[in-house]
Write a protein that binds this ligand. Sequence first.
Ligand SMILES: [Zn+2]
Length: 268
Amino acid sequence: MAIKIIYLLGLGHSGTTLLGRLLGAHSQVIATGGTKNIPLFVKGRKTCACGATAPTECQLWSAVEERLKTRDLSLSDLQFGYDNQNNLNHDALKRYFESVLEASGAQAIVDTSRRRSYFAELEKVPGVELIPVHLFKDPRAQFSSAKRKNGNLFASVWSYNLRGRRVRGMQPAGRPVLHLSYESLCRDPMGQIARIMEAAGLPFEPDQVTHYGASELHIIGGNRQRHDTSSAIRLDESWRRRLTPMEQKLAIWLGGRSYRKNLTLSES
Ligand SMILES: [Zn+2]
């Protein structure tokens, strides 16, 4: 049986935690956060959304560890971080993904590693079927997140345009990339999630949108959104007050072209 992975591409603060939760709330899907975060969890530098600070404290991750053992592996062996991205062990990844599916009883995994280069590595894992989903935001919202974190506006523009161009240029061997804006996800979560589930070959469950906050969660990494237990989906438009009118214009001037290109792909 193929190892199905819904892989979320995009920048940090583009809504991937929310999208990962909506997909992971499906009865046959398990959201793990980014596969690249697993070593950080094992080393105690990231926590599970359930509150566990080590795999032994978590129901899911201790079950994954048991399944890994039957495949002569342990979570502590897995060097899946960005820092080792060029030397990933594809066979270990395969055994890891199989263990996650077995431990959770799910048919698909959501991976929010986000980088295109990491995606290219997962394409080399035998037996994997990737469903790439590109999530992007209005550049004003993206730059507003950078400003909130005291980031450099120009560096943020640079990443925004570069990531957009790289992802638009992708030609995966398997399924084509499904492009989706954060704004349309918030305006029409039912329609957009149904679209992704169809691409993943699984029946859409309305509950995954209406009650996603109540779903058990074991993602590693992710932002503060992962601790929100409500199932409300609100479009965050705080950029309207956080950015000055001049910064808003600058964001559109510098990132608007990339945004429109992404939008065109998301509508086709
Ligand atoms: Zn957990």
